[in-house]
Design a binder for this molecule. Structure first.
Ligand code: XMP
Length: 511
C-alpha cells in the first residue's frame, strides 16, 4: 500500500496539520515528521516533494530548529513556508533580516502568474502574513515571484532545483489562492498523479487486512464513537465473523446512544457484537464521588476491568483493533504540552488483553478522512458525523455526584439541545455542543409555584483541533427555543445558562 508521498517537515508551526490536510485534500498522501527526523528515515519514505512548515522561532535563535541540509540534495522539490522559507533561504546562502515588529494580518500581494506556483491565479491577490524576520537577499539561482508592500520577497523560486519559498501562509483560508498554490506545487512541480482517495483506501485496506489476518481472530473495543466504529466496519468487511466487537455500555452515554450503536452494528452489518450493559456497576463505583479526576480514574479502571472480563471469555485473539487516528500519532515538532486532564480513551487497553498484535487501520487518517471513509463503507450519517464524545461520557458533564435521576435530567436536556441545533442546521458548523447539569440549584417560579431546581448549562464550541476553541455564537432564537423546551419538558430544571468562555482559559468539558 505505497502511495505517492509528500513529507511535511514540522518546525513547530501552529498550522502544521492544516498543511498536511491541504495536501491530502488534493488527493496526495503526506506525512508530518518532526524536523529532527533522521534524513535516512525521510529518504525511506521516498518523498515526491518536501514541505517545510512555519514555526514560532526566529532563525537567529540559538535553539532554532534547523533541517538536515542533506534534505536539499535529495533531488526532490522543496516548498518552504514562512519560517521554512527563511530557513531555506539562509541554508542556501541568502540573507534573512531580523525585524523588530511583527507583520500580522491579511495583506495585498502581487503574484507573478507565469510561474508554476501561481499558474491560473489572479495576479492581484490577498494573503495571510504572520512573521517577524524576513528574507532580505535571495540565494544564488533564485528569483522573486511575489511581493507585498512590507515584504518585497514574499515568494521566491529556483526552478532548476525546484525550490520554492513563500513568506505568507497558503494553508489558511485567509489566503484565497493558497489551496490552489499547494495543488500547483504538488501536481506541476512534484509531478504527482493524485493517488490518494478514500474509496481506494478502503478497497486496498480490506484486501490487505484479508491477507494479513486470514482466518485468525480479531477483537475490537467499540465505543460508539466515529473512530472505533469506522475501524470496526472496515475490519468486518475484511474478515467478517472473525471480528468480535465488545461494546461496554457504562450507562454514561447520551440518550438512546447505546441502542443506536447496537442497531447499526447488528442489523445493518451483522457484526459479532457483545454489548455489556453495566450502568449499575459504574454508578455504584461512582457513588459519592465528586472530584473530576477521581471520576475519570474510576471509569477508566472499571472500563478496562469489564473489557478484560469479556475478552477473557473469548480467549486468546490474534489481533486487537484500535481506532487510533493520525493526529494521535503525529510527533510534535517541538516540546510537550502540559497535561490538563487525564484523558481516558477506550483504545488504551493493550496490557490487559491477551492478543498477539495491535492493528490500527486508521493510523494514517485525519478525522475528516475517517468520516469520508465511514461514508464510503455505508455507515449512517448520524454515526459518521457524530461529534467527539469523551471516554468518561456524561460523568464529566454531571457536576458533583452522579446519580441516576441527575443523569436522566442531563440526558433529556442534552437530547433537546442536540435536536434544536440539528433543526437549525448548525450541527456541522458547531464542532461540539452539549448540556451540563450543574450542582447548583436556584429559586424559580412555575405557574404560581415556587421551584428550587437545577441549573443546566449549555456549551457549544467551534474549533479545528479541540486544543483551542471559541464559544459558538449560537443565534439567540435557537438558545431561546432550547431554554424554553428544556424547562418545560425536563422536570427539576428551572434555569438555563450558556457558557461564553473560550478555550483557553476554560476547557471544552466542564470537568
Ligand atoms: P477539554 O475538556 O480537555 O477537551 O478541552 C478537549 C476534547 O477532548 C474531549 N475529551 C476526552 N476525550 N477521553 C476522550 O476520549 C477523555 O477522557 C476526554 N476528556 C475530554 C472533549 O470532549 C473535547 O472534545
Amino acid at each position: 500500500m505505497q502511495n505517492e508521498t509528500i513529507v511535511v517537515i514540522d518546525f513547530g508551526g501552529q498550522y502544521n496539520q492544516l498543511i498536511a490536510r491541504r495536501v491530502r485534500e488534493a488527493n496526495v498522501y503526506c506525512e508530518v515528521v518532526p524536523y529532527s527526523k533522521p534524513i535516512d528515515d525521510i529518504k525511506s519514505l521516498d518523498p515526491k516533494g518536501i514541505i517545510f512548515t512555519g514555526g514560532p522561532n526566529s532563525v537567529f535563535d540559538e535553539k532554532a530548529p534547523k533541517p538536515d541540509l542533506e534534505v536539499f540534495n535529495l533531488g526532490v522539490p522543496v516548498l518552504g513556508i514562512c519560517y521554512g522559507a527563511q530557513l531555506m533561504s539562509m541554508a542556501l546562502g541568502g540573507v534573512v533580516h531580523h525585524a523588530d515588529t511583527r507583520e500580522y494580518g491579511v495583506t495585498d500581494i502581487e503574484l507573478d502568474v507565469d510561474t508554476a506556483l501561481f499558474k491560473g491565479m489572479q495576479a492581484k491577490n490577498r494573503c495571510l502574513m504572520s512573521h517577524t524576520d524576513k528574507v532580505a537577499e535571495l540565494p544564488e539561482g533564485f528569483r522573486i515571484v511575489a511581493t507585498t508592500s512590507d515584504c518585497p520577497m514574499a515568494a521566491f523560486e529556483n526552478t532548476e532545483k525546484k525550490f520554492y519559498g513563500v513568506q505568507f501562509h497558503p494553508e489558511v483560508n485567509h489566503t484565497p489562492f493558497g489551496k490552489d498554490m499547494i495543488k500547483n506545487f504538488l501536481y506541476d512541480v512534484c509531478g504527482v498523479t493524485g493517488d490518494w482517495t478514500m474509496s481506494d483506501y478502503a478497497k486496498n485496506y480490506i484486501e490487505y487486512a484479508k491477507n494479513k489476518i486470514g482466518d485468525k481472530k480479531a477483537l475490537c473495543a467499540l465505543s460508539g464513537g466515529v473512530d472505533s466504529s469506522v475501524a470496526a466496519v472496515l475490519l468486518y468487511k475484511a474478515i467478517g465473523k472473525n471480528l468480535t466487537c465488545i461494546f461496554v455500555d457504562h450507562g454514561l452515554l447520551r440518550k438512546d446512544e447505546g441502542d443506536q450503536v447496537e442497531e447499526v452494528f447488528t442489523k445493518q452489518f451483522d457484526i459479532n457484537l457483545i454489548r455489556v450493559n453495566c450502568g449499575d456497576v459504574f454508578l455504584a463505583k461512582l457513588k459519592g464521588v465528586t472530584d473530576p479526576e477521581t471520576k475519570r480514574k474510576i471509569i477508566g479502571e472499571e472500563f478496562i476491568r469489564v473489557f478484560e472480563k469479556e475478552a477473557k471469555k473469548i480467549g486468546t485473539v490474534d489481533y486487537l483493533v484500535q481506532g487510533t487516528i493520525y493526529p494521535d500519532v503525529i510527533e510534535s515538532g517541538t516540546g510537550d504540552a502540559a497535561v490538563i486532564k487525564s484523558h481516558h480513551n477506550v483504545g488504551g487497553l493493550p496490557d490487559y488483553v491477551d492478543f498477539k498484535e495491535i492493528i490500527e487501520p486508521l493510523r494514517n487518517l485525519f478525522k475528516d478522512e475517517v468520516r469520508q471513509l465511514g461514508t464510503e463503507l455505508g455507515i449512517p450519517e448520524n454515526l459518521v458525523w457524530r461529534q467527539p464524545f469523551p471516554g468518561p461520557g456524561l460523568a464529566i458533564r454531571c457536576i458533583g455526584e452522579i446519580t441516576e435521576p441527575r443523569l436522566e435530567i442531563l440526558k433529556e436536556a442534552d437530547a433537546i439541545f442536540r435536536d434544536e441545533i440539528a433543526k437549525a442546521g448548525l450541527d456541522r458548523e458547531i464542532n461540539q455542543y452539549f448540556a451540563v447539569i450543574t450542582d447548583m440549584r436556584s429559586v424559580g417560579v412555575m405557574g404560581d409555584e415556587r421551584t428550587y431546581d437545577y441549573t443546566v448549562a449549555l456549551r457549544g464550541v467551534t474549533t479545528t483541533d479541540f486544543m483551542t476553541g471559541e464559544w459558538a455564537r449560537i443565534p439567540y432564537d435557537v438558545l431561546d427555543t432550547v431554554s424554553k423546551r428544556i424547562v418545560n419538558e425536563v422536570p427539576h430544571v428551572n434555569r438555563i445558562v450558556y457558557d461564553i468562555t473560550s478555550k483557553p482559559p476554560a476547557t471544552i468539558e466542564w470537568e
